[in-house]
Design a protein around this ligand. Structure first.
Ligand SMILES: Cc1cc2nc3c(=O)[nH]c(=O)nc-3n(C[C@H](O)[C@H](O)[C@H](O)COP(=O)(O)O)c2cc1C
Length: 200
């Protein structure tokens, strides 16, 4: 596929075939993630690949949070439902990449920045990790596979995420990946005039 066609025909895939992914395919997707640009080349991303029982445990974790009454007031019913949808996608996909911000940019350069400006460093880390996620979504689609960027799990209280992943890194995305069960490669109609201004 031509590169621009890859970009234009990528769509979020939320239903997956019961078919495993080869190690080589997964590695090529992770390599695409690591090839992203990053602030000061800090490469602040960290990827955890979950498969088999570990992946199913993540789905069960999301299911259980979505059922817990004490988190209803935090997440609300609607988000609980989205968490259950996310859990279903994680269960269905053969592999999931959990994407973290390991804050390597912040730790390298924060001493050069006044405290009041440090939030900018965090913003740049998020931008860098987001570029890596988009690279992986495109690399996935270019190989005839599908994926979706799940942000809803970020609403789970931080201490529960830390408990499950045994890390204090900041969760940025959960990406179920697999062979699409349905094809949704219809090009999105983009009205450039809504998003773009030409100055000069
Ligand atoms: C930061 C971010 C968070 C997202 N979170 C979710 C999510 O939690 N659940 C979901 O089904 N899709 C999620 N998506 C996918 C969007 O819904 C999707 O990209 C958007 O509707 C456009 O559709 P497309 O990806 O098919 O072009 C997320 C996308 C982004 C960029």
């Amino acid at each position: 596929m031509r590169f621009l066609d890859v970009i234009k025909t990528r769509r979020s895939v939320r239903h997956f075939q019961n078919r495993s992914l080869s190690e080589a395919t997964l590695m090529s997707i992770l390599e695409a993630g690591c090839a992203a640009p990053s602030a000061h080349n800090s490469q602040p991303w960290r990827f955890v690949v979950l498969r088999g029982e570990k992946k199913d445990a993540l789905a069960e974790f999301l299911f259980s949070v979505s059922r817990e009454k004490r988190y209803r007031s935090f997440t609300g019913f609607y988000v609980n439902r989205l968490l259950r949808h996310s859990a279903r996608m994680i269960k269905e996909a053969p592999a999931v990449i959990a994407v973290f911000n390991a804050a390597t940019f912040m730790s390298k350069v924060e001493r050069y920045f006044p405290y009041s400006r440090r939030e900018i460093l965090h913003t740049m880390e998020i931008q860098s990790v987001a570029a890596a996620v988009e690279n992986m979504l495109l690399a996935t689609h270019a190989q005839g596979l599908g994926a979706v960027w799940l942000g809803v799990p970020l609403l789970i209280p931080q201490e529960l995420i830390e408990d499950f992943f045994k890390t204090r890194d900041e969760l940025m995305a959960i990406m179920p990946i697999g062979y699409p069960a349905t094809m949704r490669t219809v090009e999105k109609k983009v009205d450039l005039s809504e998003h773009v201004e030409f100055w000069g």
